[in-house]
Design a protein. Structure first.
Length: 279
């Protein structure tokens, strides 16, 4: 006898998906994947123009409803803006992938405000949004939370003090939410990324003189946004944590064999080859 098929995506999770960081890269690819599975969308990002372009394409290609919400998730009133835009919607999917750090610089090289903005965007915002949407998901007995974190959040590394610390927060927060919600029908997944070929990474490499802006060939050693999204969807129910790509899974395994001090030393010695902002 064959196994019963999984229920349709919209039936399994709910009608609406909120995607934070949807203007490009992984967020845009994830939004398209949700639209192709019949979910209506609320797209969040700072820049209105790329959100509007994506929304128009998704409406034309899939027929789903799309709401565009330009919002800076590092601002104190960001959550209130999102809550107002989603009032009355049955949100069954939250994908949080905002929060890249393009600076890759020592903490003391600039004002602390830039670091605090990362804390608000990478810690306060996802915590607040997860708290808001997960309550209704748990009451309905279905839904999913996906939070992108980074291998840089496993251990401290130079030139990404605030970024790696916020990604450590995201990782532990999401794992703990998985433990609390696993009996309520809500899938929770912390998606751990290494180097990912996205527009943010390409801008960072270009600014450091490591990539010709006209070069469109794949970034060596990086996974693609499409690969990230495919692994995320395939492992929604395999939380709490999923490392994306064979290379990063092996890297994390090897670091785990060392003491924390040894692992931090390894990252310090190889810091010149690490670029933050790979989301």
């Amino acid at each position: 006898m064959s196994e019963p098929a999984d229920p349709p995506f919209r039936e399994r999770y709910g009608r609406w998906a909120v995607v934070a960081g949807a203007s490009e890269g992984i967020g845009a690819v994830y939004a398209r994947a949700m639209a192709e599975r019949g979910l209506d969308l609320v797209l969040l990002a700072r820049r209105r123009e790329p959100l509007e372009r994506l929304a128009a394409d998704l409406r034309a290609d899939t027929g789903v409803q799309v709401r565009v919400v330009p919002v800076d998730l590092s601002e104190p009133d960001a959550a209130a803006t999102v809550f107002a835009a989603t009032a009355g919607l049955e949100v069954g999917m939250l994908m949080y992938c905002a929060g890249a750090d393009p600076n890759y610089a020592p903490l003391l090289s600039g004002p602390v405000e830039s670091a605090l903005a990362l804390v608000r965007r990478n810690c306060a915002a996802p915590l607040t949004l997860c708290h808001h949407f997960a309550g209704d998901m748990a009451r309905r007995g279905r839904g999913a939370l996906v939070v992108l974190t980074s291998v840089t959040g496993l251990y401290g590394a130079p030139n990404m003090v605030a970024y790696s610390a916020t990604k450590a927060f995201d990782l532990v927060m999401t794992e703990a939410l998985w433990a609390e919600l696993r009996g309520h029908g809500v899938d929770v997944l912390a998606l751990v990324l290494g180097t990912t070929d996205t527009p943010a990474l390409r801008r960072a490499l270009t600014e450091r003189g490591l990539l010709d802006p006209e070069d469109t060939t794949p970034v060596a050693g990086a996974v693609t946004a499409e690969e990230v999204v495919a692994e995320a969807i395939a492992n929604l129910s395999n939380g709490p944590t999923w490392f994306v790509g064979d290379q990063i899974r092996e890297f994390a395994r090897r670091l785990a064999l060392r003491t924390r001090s040894e692992a931090v030393g390894v990252l310090a010695r190889h810091s010149d080859s690490v670029v933050a902002g790979s989301e």
